[in-house]
Design a protein around this ligand. Structure first.
Ligand SMILES: [Zn+2]
Length: 267
């Protein structure tokens, strides 16, 4: 009998099956529940990822700061003037604002660690811990929210997915932007202002369309109950961009009600 996975067991899978060697810088997306029982919970998983990797980046997004204004630019996948309820609940962005639950408990656990740094974007901040944390986070600006993804690409980084599928593979948005796909303007409540933030990517519900095409360079492991993948960012983005240029509607979802995907569709 066991009380669940240990740090040593998870680290061993990350290294021996996925091929992490303690030096690769990664962005990690973790669904803790999918792993099954873990001795020590989120902290155990985070400790294993930190031990197996170089610098660990995770999304620390704060959708709860968002405001919907009365009007704004056209074709922006937003219903202007409908945000009264949401606007009333919006939280001021501050560096210690908790991460939105959609990013998972593991990310919030890493954020609370005293050695973790955070970038400054009021909606799409990242957290990082490790030797290159300052450098990767410094590559993000308000105009360039995907800067850390390009940084990881340029430094032979990888995407680690643990118990999540490609819909959580945020890095694919960089391929969308490079292929010319539209991005959006969003607004966030900050201590000083309501900030207008450009280049915000859209819906990712269609991202599983690329899954099988990534197989040739994806490493796969089963850790606990979860399927886990390590994908090198550079070839992943090159392939995604090429496929998007060949088919401009690739990786859009098919929900008729999806404002984001319908605004980015070409006919
Ligand atoms: Zn969609």
């Amino acid at each position: 009998m066991t009380d669940g996975l240990t740090t040593r067991e998870i680290q061993s899978e990350l290294e021996n099956v996925l091929g992490l060697d303690g030096s690769t810088d990664i962005i990690a997306h973790v669904n803790l529940e999918a792993l099954g029982p873990i001795e020590g919970g989120a902290e155990t998983v985070i400790a294993a990822i930190l031990a197996a990797s170089g610098t660990v980046v995770m999304p620390a997004f704060t959708y709860q700061t968002q405001i919907i204004p009365q009007d704004g630019p056209p074709d922006n996948a937003i219903a202007y003037g409908t945000g009264d309820e949401m606007n009333a609940r919006a939280e001021f962005y501050r560096p210690d604002l908790r991460i939105h639950p959609d990013c998972g408990v593991a990310a919030e656990t890493l954020r609370q660690d005293g050695d973790t740094l955070r970038s400054i974007h009021p909606i799409l901040s990242f957290i990082a811990q490790g030797p290159n944390a300052r450098s990767v986070l410094g590559s993000q600006t308000r105009q360039n929210p995907l800067g850390p993804i390009a940084w990881l690409e340029a430094h032979d980084g990888g995407v680690l997915l643990m118990g999540v599928d490609q819909r959580h593979n945020f890095s694919l948005h960089l391929a969308e932007q490079r292929a010319g796909r539209k991005s959006f303007v969003r607004w966030a409540l900050t201590m000083n202002d309501i900030e207008e933030l450009p280049n915000i990517p859209g819906c990712a519900e269609g991202f599983n369309m690329i899954w099988q095409h990534l197989y040739p360079f994806t490493s796969v492991a089963q850790i606990g109950l979860a399927r886990c993948e390590l994908i090198p960012i550079e070839p992943m983005l090159a392939l995604a961009e090429q496929m998007l240029r060949e088919n401009p509607n690739f990786m859009l979802c098919n929900k008729p009600s999806c404002l984001s995907c319908r605004a980015r569709e070409t006919h």
